[in-house]
Design a protein around this ligand. Structure first.
Ligand code: CP
Length: 302
């Protein structure tokens, strides 16, 4: 059977059929209906940016697929001796890797690598661009809690401009037929979202009672590059999901956060640890979703 997709670069580039196939495969893996056996093939993980969840989740997913995870330490790699990224990736392929997982601070690097290699390339987050496995695990968790996402209203709250998670959520949710709104400081909400079919919510307190879920993002302090931000106190007052604001949500609504959380800034501890949050479910589901991505991309590879 031919594969639906050859790389996992972004949800913008995956058809609805591909997204549904990954979510269905993840569901079968989670329920134990499918056992993935990738027969000890090597998967190389190359992270140019810090990570806790994504890195460990991909390593666990690789192990649970009966494949062999190898983590390249970029700081001690031969990149430090002047080797180019393309040469390094071609060498990793020649060594026998059967897939590469890449996180990079520059948007477009995983796509660029995918054009150079014959093996699957999986984007583990690139700059402001996309974080497709996070977007997929968010869809999976939303579906698990809310059922069919068609017509459901999901609010993405925070630093939309610098968030690759926001972009992957937007593309994935739109392809599943959800209604998507965003809210955040006006200078951190790019105008282009309106062209994508996303509503911009100007009054958070008016918007919260009407949504089925709110996905709260952290302010990406490391990516601000001089963009004026209100103080932390003002940010929390205007856009933080406080306990008081959480009470505006309807009974069935849930709260997501991709992590890491800046407690007391975008999310109060009462909410982060409260009954509506599904944050640790997202983390657990991430392993199944990443197993599904590896399984669909590598199954049948020699
Ligand atoms: N959600 C996420 O990407 O977390 P990490 O940066 O810890 O991988």
């Amino acid at each position: 059977m031919s594969k639906l997709f050859n790389h996992c670069i972004g949800l913008r580039f995956l058809t609805k059929e591909s997204v549904v196939s990954i979510l269905d495969e993840a569901k079968k893996i989670k329920s134990g209906d499918v056992i993935v056996d990738l027969k000890n093939q090597s998967v190389v993980h190359v992270f140019f940016e810090p990570s806790t969840r994504t890195r460990l989740s991909f390593e666990m997913a690789t192990q649970r697929c009966h494949a062999f995870p190898m983590m390249l330490d970029v700081e001690t790699s031969s990149l430090t001796k002047g080797e180019s990224l393309v040469d390094m990736m071609r060498n990793i392929e020649s060594l026998g890797a059967r897939a590469v997982v890449v996180r990079h601070s520059n948007g477009g690097i995983p796509y660029f690598i995918s054009q150079q290699l014959a093996i699957p390339v999986i984007n583990a987050g690139d700059g402001y661009h996309e974080h497709p496995s996070q977007g997929l695990l968010d869809l999976f968790t939303l579906q698990e809690r809310l059922g069919d996402l068609s017509g459901k209203h999901i609010l993405i709250l925070g630093d939309i401009m610098h968030s690759r998670v926001a972009k992957s959520n937007i593309w994935g949710l739109l392809s599943m037929g959800a209604k998507v709104s965003v809210a955040g400081p006006p200078n951190l909400v790019p105008d282009c979202v309106k062209k994508w079919g996303v509503d911009v919510c100007f009054n958070l307190d008016d918007c919260l009672p009407n949504v089925d879920a709110v996905n709260v993002l952290r302010i990406q302090f490391e990516r601000q590059h001089g963009i004026a931000l209100p103080s932390i106190r003002e940010y929390r007052e205007q856009f933080g999901l406080t306990q008081q604001r959480q009470e505006l949500l309807s009974d069935h609504a849930i709260v997501l956060h991709p992590g890491p959380i800046n407690r007391g800034v975008e999310l109060d501890s009462d909410v982060a640890d409260g009954k509506k949050n599904v944050i640790l479910d997202q983390v657990s589901n991430g392993v199944f979703v990443r197993m599904a991505i590896l399984s669909l991309l590598m199954d049948g590879a020699s």
